[in-house]
Write a protein that binds this ligand. Structure first.
Ligand SMILES: Nc1nc2c(c(=O)[nH]1)N[C@H]1C(S)=C(S)[C@@H](COP(=O)(O)O)O[C@H]1N2
Ligand SMILES: [Mo]
Length: 298
């Protein structure tokens, strides 16, 4: 099963135009914003968000719970050198530096819909590699059934971790077949540039058919295990956040509908967009959940 892109280079704002727009925006403020609105009004549904939107409206609670906190504070995170401790049920456990990791994988662009459980969404042009390439490098042993991920925990560099909003470090997990799926990537860039700190530098998970909180940022540890690993939001509130957290417009959050979403950058008068089953990746991932009750396994 190969990756079938539904958003292509054709949907990306040409790089020249994009850079030019940044210069225009830096110089002309409100006027440029009016131009952006016009561009967006004519644009197709699937056009990627601007880098300003992607890196200015974030959830990264280690730097605070406000949407603009990560852009203010994430520069404090030292992202180089960086390594990931890979362990558990693998043939080659160890500390893998970013250089080690990047030398064995193919970086490509993936333009994915990104849907937060809070019912907002963007389209993001990631650069990254399929997680299965890293897992093949380290040799997954036959008993492994899940992959557990952990974010850096650095009180000196992360002003938000002094608040016990969730249990630190932030942890996430995938079933092994979800982790091996060609849509699941480790992202290291956006728009061809290194990924901004607030988006999870230097390396974060992206699982486009799941709610955004599954896409754990600034990963320092990956462990292959044989039981479903604990996950941050499930530990915080198991009734509201399940292990699977597949985007599903027919299964509402206990406190709000998941049928529609607010498109970031769409403007205050923009209509909400209908949320797609598995965030639009149903053809590629529905078979992973065959026979499962998706309202029970939310
Ligand atoms: N370590 C860590 N990873 C995280 C989060 C977080 O607070 N800490 N927030 C999650 C949530 S709720 C979302 S929606 C996405 C947001 O990614 P973005 O800021 O790149 O859009 O990151 C996810 N990964
Ligand atoms: Mo989210």
């Amino acid at each position: 099963m190969g990756f079938k892109p539904d958003l292509t280079r054709h949907d990306v704002t040409p790089k020249g135009l994009y850079l030019n727009r940044r210069q225009i925006m830096a110089g002309a403020g409100g006027l440029a914003l009016a131009g952006l609105g016009g561009r967006r009004a004519m644009a197709q549904d699937l056009e990627p968000n601007t880098l300003e939107e992607i890196s200015g409206y974030n959830n990264y609670y280690e730097f605070g719970t406000g949407k603009d906190d990560p852009a203010k504070y994430a520069h404090m995170l030292t992202t180089s050198p960086w390594s990931i401790e890979v362990g558990g049920m693998v043939d080659k456990p160890g500390d893998y530096s970013m250089e080690d990791i990047l030398s064995g994988v193919d970086i490509e662009e993936r333009i994915y819909r990104f849907r937060c459980v809070e019912a907002w969404s963007m389209v993001i042009p990631w650069n990254g590699f399929e997680l299965n390439q890293l897992l093949e490098q380290v040799g997954v042993q036959s008993g492994a059934k899940y992959v557990a991920f952990e974010t850096a925990y650095r009180p000196d560099e992360m002003p938000g971790v002094k608040f016990p909003v969730v249990e630190w470090p932030y942890v996430e997990g995938l079933r092994l077949d979800e982790a091996m799926h060609p849509l699941t990537i480790m992202a290291t860039g956006i728009y061809g540039e290194p990924i901004p700190n607030q988006n999870g530098a230097p390396i974060r998970l992206v699982v486009p058919w799941k709610y955004g909180f599954k896409s754990i940022k600034s990963i320092v540890k990956i462990t292959l295990v044989d039981e479903e690993p604990p996950t941050t939001w499930n530990k915080a509130n198991a009734r509201e956040y399940g292990f699977y957290s597949n985007v599903n417009p027919t299964v509402d959050h206990p406190r709000w509908s998941q049928a529609t979403e607010r498109v970031i950058g769409g403007g205050i008068f923009a209509a909400r967009k209908d949320t797609l089953m598995f965030n639009g990746y149903e053809d590629q991932v529905a078979s992973l959940y065959e026979g499962m009750d998706l309202s029970e396994n939310y």
